[in-house]
Design a protein around this ligand. Structure first.
Ligand code: 5GP
Length: 348
């Protein structure tokens, strides 16, 4: 047994220190980014915020709504082959939408079917291989296999939280490594297993490793406010993925429940009992659920939330004098704090 005594940080432990700048207004700030990737040379252009591949959030409707704001969506993996084919055939070339899959044989078969039906000029340009634990050999081999089979795609893979595994995945063929174990709003991994890593430190450390190899990272999970998104970018994230912040909207999957005068929507983790009942016929005997199910207030169209995100990140850039989102991490100094918010009038 070993103990690492260096303190690791979460979003709640820091604030971003404001800096003198020549920027007068947030409208001077450009929060889109242009990237190239290590394996796939097609350029990325857009606002690097991604709705998570959870079946309540990563829907076709979400993908269309967020694309109109130049943001992205990782689709969930539970649509039918024909539905993906129809969706991707109609996808405008500039929209960035990730096709997601796990590493099961079924997921792989489904991917090949979709790709075959879409044909040589496939409109799938972005893919996300997603597992709860990105530390297994099987996972690394799968990433290599998919990279070899589909050279023309931008490949995101995860999740991991440490530099050495980030490097291994990039060398195996990932363009973007997805970072986060346990920070999610409906995740119970830390509670059920004791495993995890404070998300901001994971982002800082993995970004450093990835960037050294010409790779990118996507900070996945744990953003509860727009300020957290700014901190993730400030810490070096190239993309930020969110589930909970995009949940509860018209574009989401899930029923609306009315209680008294209030409307609510169901939201659950993809390893929750609710998800396993729906897709796997229940929780298998050898495993425990590592996600939970919640009812959250219904929030109308996602456009308003998207605008809030854009406005908040733009404002964060203005406070530190970053004219472009690309400059935010260079201009970020985190200060450790013991308090974030004044909640005397409630938590909102
Ligand atoms: P959020 O933005 O809601 O804090 O986090 C979203 C992320 O939580 C997802 O992108 C995914 O990585 C993770 N996640 C989703 N469902 C589950 C689950 O059931 N268990 C765990 N451990 N993580 C989950």
């Amino acid at each position: 047994m070993r103990i690492e005594t260096e303190i690791k940080l979460d979003f709640k432990d820091v604030l971003i220190r404001p800096k003198r700048s020549t920027l007068n207004t947030r409208s001077d700030v450009d929060i889109s980014r242009e990237f190239s990737f290590r394996h796939n040379k097609q350029p990325y252009q857009g606002i690097p915020v991604i709705a998570a591949n959870m079946d309540t959030v990563g829907t076709f409707e979400m993908a269309k709504a967020l694309a109109s704001q130049r943001m992205s969506t990782a689709l969930h993996k539970h649509y039918e082959v024909s539905q993906y084919v129809e969706f991707f055939r109609a996808l405008p070339p500039r929209d960035v939408v990730f096709y997601s899959l796990g590493i099961s044989e079924q997921d792989e078969d489904k991917l090949h079917q979709v790709m075959q039906q879409l044909g040589a000029s496939s409109a799938i340009r972005h893919m996300c291989i997603d597992v709860a634990n990105g530390y297994t050999e099987n996972f690394v081999s799968f990433v290599k296999k998919i990279r070899n089979a589909y050279q023309d795609i931008v490949l995101m893979a995860g999740n991991v939280v440490t530099g050495e595994m980030t490097e291994e995945l990039i060398l195996a063929g990932a363009d973007i490594v997805k970072v986060g174990i346990g920070p999610g709003s409906v995740c119970t991994t830390r509670k059920m297993t004791g495993v995890g890593y404070p998300q901001l430190s994971a982002i800082i450390e993995c970004a450093d490793s990835a960037h050294g190899l010409g790779g990118r990272i996507c900070a996945d999970g744990g953003c509860t406010t727009v300020g957290d998104i700014a901190k993730a970018f400030g810490g070096g994230a190239d993309f930020v993925m969110m589930g909970g912040m995009f949940a509860g909207h018209d574009e989401c999957g899930g029923e609306i429940t009315v209680r008294g005068d209030e409307k609510y929507m169901q939201f659950y983790g993809m390893s929750s009992k609710a998800a396993m009942d729906k897709y796997a016929g229940g929780v298998a005997a050898y495993r425990a659920a590592e996600g939970k199910e919640v009812l959250i207030p219904y929030r109308g169209p996602v456009e308003n939330t998207a605008q809030e995100i854009l406005g908040g990140v733009r404002s964060a850039c203005t406070y530190v004098g970053a004219r472009q989102l690309r400059e935010l991490s260079k201009r970020t100094t985190f200060i450790r704090v013991t308090q974030q918010l004044n909640e005397v009038f409630g938590k909102n």
